[in-house]
Unconditional design. Structure first.
Length: 146
């Protein structure tokens, strides 16, 4: 049987991981993070399809496409978390389980980061644990899609 495919989607500026602001986002690059996700997913019998975009519309298109090809979505929408009704609507329409991840503890930061358009439609939210959050999200997703 084919492993269930999980879209691991990172939003704007997360391609800068490891290159700037290591005190907030850590020293790992996005390539490091993606490699860890692929490895962790394989251990759980899942396939991680890791993508990143700085373009809101591209993320919407990928989420729409995932409806028929993927079994779940792990999403760090970056700053779009706090602004995007379009991502909220696309996720709702996908009818897939969604787990929201943030590297930093968004509730310990500026108040504009305290509201998320993703959380109301997410199965769960993990924030503040750096890249470990993606590991934890994959473990939770394995249970969601079992
Ligand atoms: O903590 C997170 O994962 C965030 O989603 C990261 C977003 C931020 O807007 C959210 O409030 C919380 C920002 C991503 C920027 O990533 C960078 C990484 C390295 C250097 C510069 C930016």
């Amino acid at each position: 049987m084919n492993a269930a495919k999980i879209l691991v989607l990172n939003g704007p500026n997360l391609n800068m991981l490891g290159l700037r602001e290591p005190e907030i986002y850590g020293r790992e690059t996005l390539d490091d993070l993606n490699a860890k996700c692929v490895e962790k997913a394989a251990k759980l019998g899942l396939e991680a399809d890791c993508r990143q975009s700085n373009i809101e519309g591209e993320m919407v298109t990928w989420i729409q496409g995932a409806r028929t090809s993927h079994k779940g979505i792990i999403l760090n929408a970056g700053a779009y978390t706090h602004t995007s009704v379009a991502l909220h609507d696309a996720l709702l329409a996908s009818e897939l389980p969604v787990i929201e991840v943030h590297l930093s503890n968004i509730f310990g930061r500026e108040s504009f980061r305290h509201h998320s358009y993703i959380s109301p439609i997410a199965a769960g939210v993990i924030c503040g644990f750096g890249s470990l959050g993606y590991d934890l999200a994959l473990e939770a997703m394995a249970k969601q899609v079992a």
